[in-house]
Design a protein around this ligand. Structure first.
Ligand code: ZN
Length: 137
């Protein structure tokens, strides 16, 4: 077997992750069909559609976000822009990409983003609790 370039290995990894996500949805949908078929035979079709819609809505929150980051990474690979930090435009080390193929920033910028996000969240919590305190007293 010929040696694969790191980017090819990463691409394979992303595609495998994508397939796994789709399989997860398909399996869950199959499970729901079975349950619906056994509990509401008269409204099977309707219930089935409802359940799958609910499932996809739930996946929206978690899986769909993951799917979007995977698709984004795959698009970047195709365009030849993969592996460059979105924030500082420095190359992202291959070691980082192999661990986290969906990374679009270098470690430093990712940490900076996390810090900014954490600060916003903390500030939000302080604001919330002070409001609660005022209304209670
Ligand atoms: Zn960076």
């Amino acid at each position: 077997m010929p040696r694969m370039k790191p980017i090819e290995r990463i691409r394979e990894k992303l595609l495998a992750q994508r397939r796994a996500l789709f399989e997860q949805v398909a399996r869950a949908a199959d499970g729901l069909r079975w349950i619906d078929g056994n509990t509401h035979p008269e409204t099977e079709e309707e219930a089935q559609e409802q359940s799958i819609a609910n499932l996809l809505a739930r996946l929206d929150e978690r899986g769909n976000g993951e799917l979007r980051t995977i698709d984004r990474a795959l698009t970047l690979i195709e365009e030849g822009d993969y592996g460059t930090c979105e924030d500082c435009e420095e190359p992202i080390p291959v070691e980082r990409l192999e661990v986290l193929p969906t990374a679009t920033t270098c470690v430093f910028c990712a940490e900076a983003r996390e810090r900014a996000f954490g600060q916003r969240r903390r500030q939000g919590n302080v604001g919330d609790s002070s409001v609660a305190f005022e209304t209670e007293s």
